[in-house]
Design a protein around this ligand. Sequence first.
Ligand SMILES: [Zn+2]
Length: 341
Amino acid sequence: MPWTATVRSASAGRAANAWVVGADVGATKIVAGLVDPRGRIRSRDRREVPPSRAPGAVTDRIAECIAACRASARSTPVVIGVGIAGQIDSVRGVVRYAPNLRWKNFALGPRLREASRLPVYLANDVRAIAVGEWHFGAGRGLRDLLCISVGTGVGGGVVVDGHLLEGATNSTGEIGHTMLVAGGRKCTCPHRGCLEAYVGGWAIEERARARARRSPASAKRLIREAGAVTRITPRALERAARAGDPFSRALVEEFASEFAAGVVGLVNAFNPRRVIVGGTVAEGFPEYLHRARVAVREGCQPAAALAQVVPSRLGPDAGILGAAWLARSSLAPRTALSQRG
Ligand SMILES: [Zn+2]
């Protein structure tokens, strides 16, 4: 019997009143929170991902983060939910492939369970974010929504007809790896020209550095803001653009237009009522949201073009609440994963 099934049969019935730890593991940071039965975060912790991104070191850091949440609150959680940037086998608790952490087939669930002495439920990070926004944030009450997160990578969660889509092998929502340019830039996945390879955090960092190297005179202000070409980051680009640097502003507009083009295709494909845009890069560059809003209105097929494009309401809490919700649902019958709108 898979270990999550054991958890499910042993713990069903306790789910409704369960306190749960939710954690969100990205490529650079880990946030976790202890969530009460009403979906309120009662204690939280945040840590950096170790620069090596080695599975063992990251596991230890996640366990520390979870332990800190548990130590600062009196109630005892019954399960831990972890959203992590990658393709997940939730039944075995295995991270199959996490390109931005450079992991393959790592059994994070069992390792964390050993460290925390609690059952652990793993999910894709953006799918957890989508669930958080769906139940507690900008998607509340809707039956059809698309949640897009632009951080180091680009991911998505898709709710259609009141169901969170999972797919044949649990990887629905890898929208960062839908194609933007045939034969284009090399991606971290085996493909080329993916949306993420143009507008994700790692990609805009590479592209901004390359442009600055090519036109150092025009990029003077950006280079000064970053300290050196090799130290240009999305944050430095954001600061220079906000300060009015024309070179940086033009780059941001270009990246935002490319993002918007990708969103048009996704809205045509999934026909959401609402598109929720979040993640550290999208929050730093509001142009992503603005361009997407206009592009959906003007570029989508008429019925799909009615989709509203809105910012995330929960920010970093979405991943915590969504992972906690999914973990709590793993204790109860499977139908808990759908919602009436
Ligand atoms: Zn890709």
